[in-house]
Write a protein that binds this ligand. Structure first.
Ligand SMILES: [Zn+2]
Length: 339
């Protein structure tokens, strides 16, 4: 991790970051409710955090009872309060929850109640069905990705990559008039025609937070690839390197690339299981360059690439569903497609 680079961006966000941590102290995460049980809290009117929409999306974790005033580029302020969260299993093949079984399968749903400018909205997600590849909500001028709730860890483990939110729920917010970032994205890999298919996520379960072997939240998005499938840079990469590799003695090749946006946000992306890098490490890369031959190393019973997306901003690093990047890539590919 490029610690020094992170520190450089800190002074500009110190005020907001310390406000954020002070804001978080009033309502520490409580005990997880039982699956299916909805936990809710009363919102403290005085405690809203103020965040201005940037030209890149804002990753945000919230506890129940917390509120954020999200300022759109128009200057309008949208108050978003997290009222309640819950999660429940739709179906499982496990004999015992939280105990992995080879080819075990658990599908689940999670939801939250948000009060947006005083009106309540119930948002529901489903994993790992085809609905894992969801459309974001648009409420009062805010595009809203409902990424995760802590409640899913009442029946899942975090043993397959970091993915558990540190607060009750995790979102990505953006002004609905803006893209997820100011530039168009190049496909990270060949985009399957018609969108991502859950059936092509390893054995049909390893989307973001999907239950690997029925029990472990999957800390990435798998897309099945023949070994050698090209991986391209979706945006300019300022620095990149293997943080794990067969050459260094690890069991897998794992690559990390970093892009620093002028607004101070850093996007960190990872790809795992590639057979080889096709460019030198640490040299900056332009958008759209092939950097690796994907899949083939430790890729289990179905060759695949494993993708990870993190946003470092306001002094913290927050994991998000790589699907958000792919959602934008599909839109961008559609717009640049010759008529
Ligand atoms: Zn994976």
């Amino acid at each position: 991790m490029k610690r020094r680079a992170f520190l450089k961006t800190l002074p500009a966000i110190t005020a907001l970051a310390s406000a954020a941590s002070a804001w978080g102290q009033g309502s520490p995460p409580g005990a997880l409710p039982k699956p299916g049980q909805t936990a809710s809290a009363t919102v403290n009117e005085q405690a809203a955090l103020r965040i201005k929409a940037k030209d890149t999306l804002t990753a945000l974790e919230m506890n129940r009872g917390e509120a954020v005033d999200f300022e759109l580029s128009s200057g309008d302020i949208v108050r978003i309060e997290l009222v309640a969260t819950s999660a429940r299993i739709l179906r499982t093949t496990l004999k015992e929850l939280k105990v992995e079984e080879h080819r075990g399968r658990t599908d689940y749903t999670f939801d939250c109640v948000l009060r947006v400018n005083g009106r309540e909205h119930r948002l529901e997600r489903e994993v790992s069905t085809q609905r894992s590849f969801y459309e974001p909500w648009e409420i009062d001028g805010v595009r809203l990705w409902f990424d995760a709730v802590q409640d899913i860890f009442a029946f899942l483990l975090e043993e397959h990559g970091e993915c558990r939110p540190r607060k009750h729920a995790r979102f990505a917010l953006q002004d609905a008039a803006l893209r997820i970032c100011p530039e168009t994205l190049h496909p990270w890999c060949p985009l399957p025609e018609g969108g991502l298919k859950i059936i092509d996520c390893y054995r049909g379960e390893d989307c973001w937070l999907g239950a690997y072997n029925g029990a472990s939240a999957h800390g990435g998005l798998d897309i099945n690839h023949a070994p050698g499938t090209p991986l391209w840079t979706p945006f300019d990469i300022d620095d990149h390197f293997y943080f794990n590799s067969l050459n260094m003695g690890h069991n897998n090749n794992r690559w990390r690339g970093i892009h620093r946006w002028p607004n101070g946000a850093e996007w960190i992306i990872q790809a795992h299981h590639m057979t080889e890098l096709t460019v030198d490490e640490h040299a900056p890369l332009r958008k759209g360059v092939q950097f690796a031959k994907g899949a083939g190393v430790l890729s289990g019973s179905v060759d695949h690439s494993h993708f990870v997306f993190k946003v470092h901003d306001y002094g913290e690093t927050i994991h998000l569903d790589p699907w958000i990047l792919f959602w934008q890539m599909y839109r961008d590919a559609e717009e640049t497609r010759p008529a």
